[in-house]
Design a protein around this ligand. Structure first.
Ligand code: HEC
Ligand code: HEC
Ligand code: HEC
Length: 165
């Protein structure tokens, strides 16, 4: 029942997002913050914008599986890159976190009642400019850039236990 309700909300949400005829006043639409950059002059996002609206979750989940199972570390669908391009620096006056409807990912999710747990482990902001100086070991560096401090610490602890064996 809960999941049926969720699908209905998600579908209605999407309908409204896509400007369906039953979308009422314009102020009912979510206010999606603009990205900070474009992939190229001709294309805004890593795929055409309407493809991203419908399929971003598939790209993310597929890329997560490719990374965790096959060690594939390409940038195109990396969650770190989405956040870098779509979310302000956490040291800037525009800083926002997931849960705030002004955060890019929350702008639609709040509106369409979508729940995700990704940001319990992954950073919901870019790494602050003050912390971007390179780390020497590629793995620790990746975790530090992509995960929350707690999740990165847990991952380092697990990795060091694995090395001790
Ligand atoms: C319990 C912690 C946890 C949760 C929750 C979680 N992840 Fe991850 N995820 C990880 C770890 C750890 C890695 C590997 C970190 C690394 O080395 O980049 C990873 C890697 C990834 C990658 C590949 C690396 C990258 O930056 O692209 C993607 C994509 C990804 N996760 C997406 C998601 C999405 C989407 C969700 C929510 C649906 C999610 N994750 C929820 C821990 C988590
Ligand atoms: C180099 C910058 C850049 C990167 C990286 C990027 N995007 Fe985008 N994205 C854009 C631009 C530009 C648009 C077009 C809308 C705009 O101008 O803000 C867009 C649009 C979108 C939209 C549709 C928003 C709307 O207005 O309907 C979604 C959803 C989205 N991106 C998700 C993602 C996800 C998920 C990732 C990571 C896999 C990602 N983006 C990576 C720049 C980027
Ligand atoms: C243009 C609006 C929009 C934006 C912006 C957006 N999402 Fe979504 N997202 C949705 C909608 C609507 C759904 C639910 C679709 C469904 O259930 O069929 C969804 C679903 C998801 C899911 C799958 C949840 C599940 O359990 O099925 C993930 C993961 C996700 N989004 C991640 C992100 C991330 C990360 C960002 C920011 C980088 C983001 N989204 C930005 C509209 C958006």
């Amino acid at each position: 029942m809960a999941s049926l309700l969720r699908s209905i909300l998600a579908v209605t949400g999407l309908g409204l997002l896509l400007g369906s005829p039953w979308a009422g006043a314009a102020d009912l639409l979510p206010d999606i913050p603009p990205a900070k950059a474009r992939v190229s002059e001709t294309q805004g996002c890593v795929e055409p914008t309407d493809v991203m609206r419908h399929n971003h979750m598939k790209f993310l989940l597929r890329h997560r599986d490719a990374t965790l199972r096959e060690g594939i570390r390409t940038k195109k669908y990396s969650l770190v890159e989405c956040i870098n391009c779509h979310v302000p620096d956490p040291d800037s006056p525009e800083a926002v976190h997931y849960g705030n409807p002004k955060h890019f990912c929350s702008s639609c999710h709040t509106y369409a009642a979508v729940r995700i747990d990704c940001f319990e482990c992954h950073r919901d902001t870019p790494l602050p400019a003050s912390r971007q100086a390179g780390s020497t070991t590629p793995h620790a560096g990746m975790a530090d850039r992509s995960l929350t401090d707690n999740a990165a610490a847990a991952l380092r602890r697990v990795s060091s236990l694995a090395e001790e064996k």
